[in-house]
Design a protein around this ligand. Structure first.
Ligand SMILES: [Zn+2]
Length: 75
């Protein structure tokens, strides 16, 4: 899921970025840009956004991966 999380964030300073979450992550942990350190919010806030975005991305990839295979259908 790491790629989906990366794709879901745009840093005002760095553009599309990877995020950094503290090792002992809980919903109150700070989420920061891995490059410049700007703070995006708490993990609880970010997780709610990432979950929706990642789920949509995974569904889109599955459709693309199977669309070229005759006889396969995503249900
Ligand atoms: Zn940044």
């Amino acid at each position: 899921m790491t790629d989906e999380i990366k794709a879901s964030f745009t840093c005002p300073n760095c553009g599309p970025i990877s995020i950094r979450v503290e090792d002992e992550t809980n919903d109150d942990s700070a989420v920061t840009c891995a490059s410049c350190g700007v703070r995006f919010g708490t993990w609880g806030e970010v997780k709610a956004k990432v979950t929706d975005a990642a789920a949509a991305e995974v569904r889109a990839r599955l459709r693309g991966a199977f669309s070229g295979l005759k006889g396969w259908k995503i249900t």
